[in-house]
Design a binder for this molecule. Structure first.
Ligand SMILES: NC(=O)c1ccc[n+]([C@@H]2O[C@H](COP(=O)([O-])OP(=O)(O)OC[C@H]3O[C@@H](n4cnc5c(N)ncnc54)[C@H](O)[C@@H]3O)[C@@H](O)[C@H]2O)c1
Length: 426
């Protein structure tokens, strides 16, 4: 139940702040300054007499309760001039209590980042959150927001999930998002790797910027649990990076069916399962934060844009991923969820290519795939030379594409190439 209530609460907080918020679940005595909301009338009976929780009804009750609370705190706000509003201190609740009659359904603590929210909960600090927002209470921002400077700010304080986040591109993305101020759930099959990376990130930044979690994108149970965990730990989600993927190359005449199916299962089916459970929590949050845009971003590949010789399982799964992206985008736009794919070129310095024992460079060298190549460096040089910009794709290249997609307010369902000119769209 908390994983359903928390996104509704977080949506209200985002609506109030016009900024991302962390919402954590608390125990103990109810805070005195809390916005307390009774959701009793959201529990209804269906035709069979079974009780169901009506999410839309709960969102309506929460929206109305927040509007009444806001009016009580700043009753004269609607009459102020823009100049006065620029100086207005916008107050928001730092705790929300949801009740069903006398029963407490949940106590939620709110702040800008997870450490601050945890401190509030620990100290029972329910002082209102204050912000000079430049926003008319109950109204819209009037500052023009035309600057593209400091694009990395677009993810500051956002909650992100990165699947396959422990290694390779996923590691680069986890590092990049955390360094830009996001809270990143590093979701990977490899829990040890996720834990080690989260520890490194948190130590170097001196704050909780990464939380490791074991997850398998091919399992519905695992993905459902992942997003419930995210809702319980942070209240909701802003950005889901569907990065986990595998590559098993093989000739159409030789590749074993199980190898073909494995690649398809992870890259294609796994993307569907991840998007399925990510979009559920994003939809819930949307019910109370109608204006807030969120993102599902698939890390696709240049092999999703052009064929890949003796690598059909991989390229096919990535081509299919673009079909899912476009279709999910059409459906989820209703909830202000953008869905896009980013199609990087080869990450030559990542483990897939550079691993000294099982990386592609060493495999290609042993297989004599590059004629005349005597060393791994020869193979690498051959592949770099095929890129018009003469190098492989790197973490920061992908990060720039992520910032673009998140910042964009007027695009969805796209495949964004990051290939150094190797693939040019028509
Ligand atoms: N490496 C490249 O050159 C390259 C180029 C273009 C696109 N990509 C894409 O980028 C993404 C990452 O690739 P990479 O090369 O960095 O991979 P990688 O093999 O280095 O890392 C993949 C990570 O995903 C995790 N993972 C694998 N299966 C999983 C599952 N079922 N559930 C959860 N986690 C799982 C692994 O444990 C690992 O940490 C993939 O989608 C890949 O197709 C890679």
């Amino acid at each position: 139940m908390i994983s359903i209530l928390a996104p509704l609460v977080r949506g209200i907080c985002i609506h109030a702040a016009k900024a991302p918020r962390i919402v954590i679940t608390g125990q103990g005595p109810e805070p005195q300054n809390a916005l307390t909301v009774d959701l009793d009338s959201a529990f209804k009976k269906d035709n069979s007499g079974a009780e169901i929780f009506h999410e839309e009804e709960a969102a309506k009750i929460l929206n109305e309760a927040y509007a009444a609370w806001e009016f009580e705190i700043t009753p004269s706000g609607a009459e102020r001039s823009e100049a006065e509003c620029a100086e207005t201190v916008n107050k928001q609740p730092s705790s929300i209590v949801l009740k069903r009659g006398a029963k407490t359904l949940g106590i939620f603590w709110i702040d800008r980042d997870i450490d601050a929210a945890r401190n509030r909960q620990k100290n029972g600090d329910d002082a209102l959150l204050e912000e000079r927002s430049g926003r008319k209470p109950g109204g819209e921002f009037f500052s023009p927001d035309l600057s593209a400077a400091n694009r990395s700010c677009v993810v500051k304080n956002r909650v992100a999930v990165v699947t396959g986040g422990a290694q390779g591109f996923g590691e680069q993305i986890s590092l990049g998002l955390a360094a830009s101020g996001a809270l990143v759930f590093i979701a990977d099959l490899n829990l040890k790797g996720a834990e080690a990376l989260a520890g490194k990130i948190n130590d170097s930044l001196g704050r909780t910027a990464a939380i490791p979690v074991q997850a398998d994108i091919t399992s519905e149970t695992s993905m459902e649990a992942l997003f419930a965990f995210v809702a319980e730990q942070a209240g909701g989600l802003d950005l889901c990076i569907c990065n986990a993927g595998v590559l098993q190359a093989g000739s159409v005449m030789e590749q074993k069916l199980e190898s073909f199916k494995f690649t398809t299962e992870v890259n294609y089916v796994g993307y569907f399962i991840t998007a399925k459970y990510a979009s559920r929590i994003l939809r819930l949050q949307h019910l109370t934060a109608l204006q807030w845009k969120t993102d599902i971003i698939q890390i696709n590949s240049k092999s999703g844009l052009e064929g890949s010789n003796k690598n059909g399982a991989y390229a096919g799964s990535k081509f299919g991923g673009l079909g899912l992206t476009a279709s999910f985008a059409l459906e989820l736009v209703e909830y202000n969820i953008k869905v896009n794919s980013i199609c990087p070129g080869n990450f030559f310095d990542g483990p897939l290519w550079a691993d000294p024992e099982k990386g592609l460079f060493v495999q290609y060298l042993r297989a004599g795939k590059v004629s005349g190549a005597r060393t791994v460096a020869d193979v690498k040089a051959y592949y770099e030379d095929r890129v018009p910009m003469k190098r492989g794709c790197e973490g920061p290249d992908v990060m720039r594409a992520i910032y673009y997609v998140v910042e964009q307010k007027y695009e969805t369902g796209q495949a964004v190439p990051v290939t150094g000119g190797q693939v040019m769209l028509h």
